[in-house]
Design a protein around this ligand. Structure first.
Ligand SMILES: [Zn+2]
Length: 381
């Protein structure tokens, strides 16, 4: 038996993060009858269960994460923020800022999510595995340094990237965020940082509002290392693969990172209740293969995925399976019960979707010089 080439990070305790009673993405109350909050364990647990049930887990290196250290967290989040979350978490919970409800003990659970992303990055940088999937919860890409947003408490991917840079000697890192919502937290954290290319593909105008616009390209030394690809609602496989081929991969080639991290949300899946995109599970596999090929050419194949959103309990497991199959080069040997989604009208790229891809592609071509050669520091007078 050969050694596994792909690691899977998992810890049951992350499923115990309690977002409380909700109605869709809102907290219950007023005229909203108490029910299930959108960000609940089902999508993540069923994804892991499918990997287990098909036997694929047995072919992976299963990693049990440890909590991210205070030092790792403070590379991104100020002490005051950590103290505030910890105080609430030691009681009955609260909200990390805006739409990020949590219960007792979620501080430690969020530490595991950040620590899980770090564990995945370490396994790849150590050469233990070729690539790694961190199936973590709560998600991280909306979290600002000092404010939780959109179900996120700690910025898992940003914390992982800062760990790679500060503790592992990695210089340049690229983040490819294909969650259907804009990766606003990641963008804000690396806004003026030329060492991190933050790319976000998302549904135009969804969440947060006025966030993830094409014109948002970073500032100062980081000008050109933020790249947004807002895609029109209704985009399917054709639009996403065009965005990968015509925008994301050329941007990665130009930036030449030493590590690529996917902020891996599945809410651009066709059945997601919070997104309005059309992706079938197989398209997530195709997108992953494009990034694997790019990583092979650019950075010795170093690719890490950290789980973000995705709210269809039925569909997410198959989207996740497609990514893990692509990363590992293995097949679970099962048919996707939702394969019919690949045939629904709208999978071909339309003219207005191509316009959106073209606009982002032009930005890559235009800022490439700055991506490769950030403007020199202006000396202080
Ligand atoms: Zn999302």
């Amino acid at each position: 038996m050969t050694a596994p080439s792909t690691a899977l990070v998992w810890h049951e305790r992350m499923m115990w993060h309690d977002t409380g009673s909700g109605a869709s993405e809102l907290p219950a109350g007023g005229w909203l009858e108490p029910g299930e909050h959108s960000e609940n364990p089902a999508t993540k647990r069923r994804f892991k269960n499918l990997l287990d049930a098909t036997g694929l887990t047995d072919e992976l290196l299963l990693l049990r994460p440890t909590p991210a250290s205070h030092e790792a967290l403070t590379r991104v989040h100020p002490d005051e923020y950590l103290t505030r979350i910890k105080d609430l978490s030691s009681g009955r919970g609260g909200d990390a800022g805006s739409e990020s409800p949590f219960g007792n003990g979620s501080y430690e659970i969020a530490q595991l999510a950040a620590g899980g992303t770090i564990a995945a990055i370490d396994a790849v940088l150590d050469g233990t595995v070729a690539n790694a999937y961190a199936l973590v919860r709560p998600p991280g890409h909306h979290a600002l340094a000092d404010l939780g947003m959109g179900f996120c408490i700690f910025a898992n991917v940003a914390i992982g990237v800062r760990h790679a840079q500060a503790a592992r000697g990695i210089g340049r890192v690229a983040i490819v965020d294909w969650d259907v919502h804009h990766g606003n937290g990641t963008q804000a954290i690396f806004w003026e940082d030329p060492s991190v290319l933050a790319i976000s593909l998302h549904q135009d105008g969804l969440y947060p509002s006025r966030s993830g616009l094409l014109e948002q390209v970073g500032e100062g030394a980081g000008l050109g290392t933020t790249l947004n690809v807002p895609l029109p609602a209704g985009s399917g496989r054709g639009a996403y693969l065009a965005a990968l081929d015509q925008v994301v991969v050329p941007a990665l080639e130009a930036f030449a990172p030493e590590l690529i991290v996917i902020a891996c949300g599945f809410d651009a899946g066709a059945l997601d209740p919070l997104g309005r995109m059309l992706l079938p599970a197989a398209a997530f596999g195709e997108m992953t293969r494009r990034l694997l090929d790019a990583a092979d050419r650019i950075c010795g194949g170093r690719l890490v995925a950290s789980h973000e959103g995705g709210y269809s309990a039925g569909h997410v497991p198959f989207c996740g399976l497609a990514v893990v199959e692509a990363m590992s080069g293995l097949s679970a040997g099962i048919d996707d019960p939702f394969a019919y989604l690949a045939g629904v009208p709208g999978q071909e790229i339309t003219a207005h979707q191509q316009d959106a891809v073209d606009a982002a592609a032009a930005l890559v071509a235009g800022v490439r010089g700055q991506v490769l050669h950030p403007p020199p520091e202006v000396p202080e007078t």
